[in-house]
Design a binder for this molecule. Structure first.
Ligand SMILES: [Zn+2]
Length: 106
């Protein structure tokens, strides 16, 4: 059974959940909201690289927006080993320059 990662649009919570069937109503464990978006985990990226790049960008933006630079960095490092597109490479460069600029962040 697949475990998916979800992002709550209401409170920005990211959580993992086992999904038993498609179309199952997922609620945020934090705010109980149902404005949930599925985000793809890096290891399961195998589809169309353009789609994958967009999803990576989306998730990366989530981390950056939340100020989770360390998470962003480990995510993009993992992602760039699975999806080798220029877009992903540029994102990785951006994250690295951000983390260099900020010095040691958590
Ligand atoms: Zn929520």
């Amino acid at each position: 059974m697949p475990i998916y990662e979800f992002w709550c649009k209401v409170c920005d919570e990211v959580f993992e959940r086992l999904v038993f069937q498609d179309g199952e109503l997922i609620r945020c464990p934090n705010c109980k909201g149902s404005e949930i978006e599925k985000i793809i985990s890096a290891p399961s990226i195998k589809i169309n690289e353009d789609v994958a790049s967009k999803r990576i960008r989306k998730r990366l933006n989530y981390y950056l927006k939340a100020g989770k630079l360390k998470d962003a960095k480990s995510f993009i490092e993992k992602a760039s080993s699975y999806v080798k597109t220029d877009a992903v490479k540029r994102m990785a460069d951006k994250v690295h320059s951000l983390s260099n600029r900020k010095g040691s962040v958590r």
